[in-house]
Ligand binder design. Structure first.
Ligand SMILES: [Zn+2]
Length: 191
């Protein structure tokens, strides 16, 4: 398992978590219902919509709120197509599912940080496949939206293609998300 995770990390060079839609995109997308989400302590995770006038792209953030409730903040989802909204929800939920939220935040762009992002992307890809997707077309739409958005933000091509390659590999090669999540948690506990 460790070897697989490290191999994934080597191909994952994404620098930021934020996902954006096309610059100047109109905020015309209906906001989808959030997915089911429980953290590693089986607490229910809340999803909260919020808008920002300054940012013209959709993004998510996973953390506990002031009262300690595990929460996913959904920023500007009206700028993203439903496939990308779903993926962001599932990616942020994944940070709760494997317990990242209750760990000290690793330094930005450290290998640990990139590994956490790669794992969250993988889980999101698996859940998108098993819970959201209705046809192959939806995965293609997701990848297209993700690529377009990362390019608009200014990610270098290597980051875009590495990230998509990781997600696609998980999507096409791995079993259900819950087994993957269990393995991640077990492997971390043994470190
Ligand atoms: Zn993340």
């Amino acid at each position: 398992m460790r070897t697989i995770l490290i191999a994934l990390l080597m191909t994952f060079a994404s620098k930021v978590v934020a996902l954006a839609t096309e610059a100047g995109a109109q905020p015309n997308h209906a906001i989808i219902n959030p997915p089911e989400c429980y953290n590693n302590l089986t607490e229910n995770v809340e999803f909260i919509n919020s808008a920002s006038d300054r940012q013209k792209f959709a993004a998510g953030m996973a953390r506990r709120d002031g009262e300690g409730t595990p929460t996913v903040y959904r920023f500007n989802y009206q700028f993203a197509p439903s496939e990308l909204q779903s993926f962001i929800d599932l990616h942020e939920c994944a940070h709760h599912q494997v317990g990242d939220v209750d760990q000290p935040h690793p330094p930005r762009n450290s290998s640990e940080h990139l590994m956490n992002e790669s794992i969250a992307d993988c889980i999101a890809g698996l859940r998108f496949r098993d819970e959201y997707q209705k046809s192959e077309t939806d995965f293609e739409k997701l990848i297209t939206a993700l690529r377009s958005d990362m390019e608009q933000i200014g990610f270098p091509e290597i980051s875009v293609s590495s990230r998509i390659s990781n997600i696609t590999h998980c999507y096409t090669s791995y079993g259900p998300a819950d087994i993957y999540i269990r393995n991640v948690i077990k492997q971390r506990a043994s470190n």
